[in-house]
Design a protein around this ligand. Structure first.
Ligand code: DGP
Length: 115
């Protein structure tokens, strides 16, 4: 059984978070330690610890998460200026919370990530 994280408490609104979007599948809230003017985490309401645990049954869910990202980017006014979407998996990527999440970063020039 996967271990719940603090993110499950945020989904259930048991601890405070600046939630910008929530529906029956997904919750999005501002990162506690923002790395850019806009830094929002988009997470599934269902607990999936890492990208490695995603199954084909989650295809629609992952697609929905990306659609939510695009909506939030528009809401934040960064859809045209641009943004970056990051998912960390396990130790080498520095994953700290084992409940998959997309980092939506924008609101400034983020520089090149690779290349
Ligand atoms: P990662 O390294 O990809 O696992 O990123 C985890 C992110 O989660 C990190 O940027 C900080 C954020 N975070 C951790 N705990 C909390 C919390 O309790 N509230 C909020 N809003 N963000 C959190």
């Amino acid at each position: 059984m996967a271990q719940e994280t603090i993110f499950s408490k945020i989904i259930r609104r048991e601890i405070p978070a600046d939630i910008v979007f929530q529906d029956d599948k997904v919750t999005a809230f501002r990162d506690i330690s923002p790395q850019a003017p806009t830094h929002i985490l988009i997470i599934p309401n269902k607990l999936i610890p890492t990208i490695n645990d995603i199954t084909e049954q989650d295809e629609m869910l992952l697609g929905h998460m990306v659609i939510v990202v695009a909506k939030i980017a528009k809401q934040e006014g960064i859809d045209e200026s641009g943004y970056r979407l990051i998912m960390n998996c396990n130790k080498d990527a520095g994953q700290e919370v084992f409940h998959i999440h997309m980092h939506l970063l924008g609101g400034k020039n983020l520089g090149r990530l690779v290349g």
